[in-house]
Design a protein. Structure first.
Length: 191
């Protein structure tokens, strides 16, 4: 029975994907930074080398074979090809990550996450995030708490929550100040 296009047969399902196919599959799921994709592909390349070594005859590898079995030598050309074909883009990765994180996290957390991926936030994106940070922090605070703190302990708890989300200290102070002002603006209820 022929398989449908895009489906792998039972025999193919047990065969490991090539590095290029693995890279395309990973990028089809979501954008990756080059460092992240390289790390994942190196792990896959090592398993391919180990599998090929297990299938070969016992004994030492030929001198030229040792270099060919280096996972990094297999991964680098794939990364270069992905970049040349436009499948791997640091700019798209940054845009994707900022878009996914901006509604829930502050500038500090977003910058830290990008730095872990070996990528910097472009100046124009940093400016846009800075301009919207107070609004984003207020929305995160409103969704989580919705009411101004009634004492110092609640204020500290709410401030810590926003700080853990990566919002700056001055933005947190403004959110807390604005929350207190909102309570003061509400009309007093008559007993």
């Amino acid at each position: 029975m022929p398989t449908r296009p895009g489906r792998r047969s039972a025999a193919q399902a047990h065969a490991p994907l090539s590095l290029k196919a693995r890279a395309i599959a990973l990028l089809a799921q979501r954008e990756h930074s080059e460092a992240e994709l390289r790390r994942k592909l190196l792990r896959h390349a090592r398993s391919l080398v180990d599998r090929q070594a297990g299938e070969g005859a016992p004994g030492e590898a030929a001198p030229g074979e040792a270099a060919a079995n280096d996972p990094a030598l297999r991964v680098d050309p794939v990364i270069d090809w992905l970049r040349a074909e436009g499948h791997l883009s640091e700019t798209r990765f940054v845009e994707s990550r900022v878009h996914a994180r901006a509604a829930r996290f502050g500038n500090l957390r977003i910058r830290q996450e990008l730095a872990q991926h070996g990528v910097e936030l472009p100046p124009e994106a940093a400016q846009a995030l800075k301009a919207s940070e107070l609004e984003r922090a207020t929305e995160v605070w409103r969704r989580k708490f919705g009411a101004a703190p009634v004492d110092a302990a609640q204020r500290a708890r709410q401030s810590r929550f926003l700080a853990q989300r990566g919002f700056s200290a001055d933005v947190i102070a403004r959110v807390m100040r604005d929350a207190g002002a909102r309570i003061g603006d509400e009309p007093a209820s008559d007993p």
